[in-house]
Unconditional design. Structure first.
Length: 212
């Protein structure tokens, strides 16, 4: 373990992290209201990446405990894929029926970048919220809390709220079973890209970064 001093009591830190997750969600809603997602997303991702680096220096066991690990990656990836491929297929059918089944060239950039934000979001919900509440709530309560947080940050867009609530109901138990964030974050980004393009008929690249 690193010699960097940790001034937080473990119990206090647990609730501080939960509060920080909630605050991040509220800030996301505020920035999205003013159409400043392009500012918030990289800033929030950068902040939490630095947080992970700093805490890992304090306690080298945290990366594995949070879910940044490779030993359960294959099992977790198979489980997430078993859910995600049929979900993507349903999205494709919806897109075809609505005439929105398209994949612009910059969507490949989204498929590469969005998973980074997906991993950050999964870290916040799974590692800092669900994991910290694990000793205080039953499993059903953890499923509900994690799913509700995913849904609430997409207020007032009902389709996104329903989709992310359903995603949480699948992803929270998968995290608790495999304790691996990587496949959850990857598919979060990939499915999110396809959902915007095919189901909503919207372009998240243009909405976040604008047109060149």
């Amino acid at each position: 373990m690193s010699q960097v001093q940790d001034t937080f009591h473990p119990g206090s830190r647990r609730w501080f992290e939960v509060a920080a997750v909630v605050a991040t969600g509220l800030l996301f809603l505020l920035f999205r209201f003013f159409r400043l997602q392009g500012v918030f997303v990289p800033a929030a991702a950068g902040f939490w990446i630095v947080f992970v680096w700093y805490r890992a220096r304090q306690d080298s066991t945290l990366l594995r405990a949070w879910g940044f690990r490779l030993d359960t990656f294959a099992r977790s990836f198979r489980a997430v894929t078993a859910f995600s491929l049929p979900a993507a297929g349903i999205m494709a059918l919806v897109g075809a029926s609505r005439g929105s089944l398209r994949f612009p060239l910059h969507a490949w950039i989204l498929m590469g970048l969005y998973p980074i934000w997906g991993v950050v979001q999964q870290f916040l919900v799974q590692a800092l919220l669900v994991r910290n509440l694990e000793g205080s709530l039953p499993r059903s309560g953890l499923f509900l809390v994690g799913s509700c947080l995913f849904a609430i940050v997409h207020v007032p867009e009902a389709p996104l709220m329903v989709a992310t609530f359903g995603l949480g109901l699948v992803y929270v138990p998968l995290y608790l079973r495999h304790r691996n964030l990587w496949p959850l974050g990857l598919y979060h980004g990939w499915l999110g890209t396809l959902f915007y393009l095919w189901v909503l008929g919207r372009d998240p690249w243009v909405e976040t970064f604008g047109r060149f």
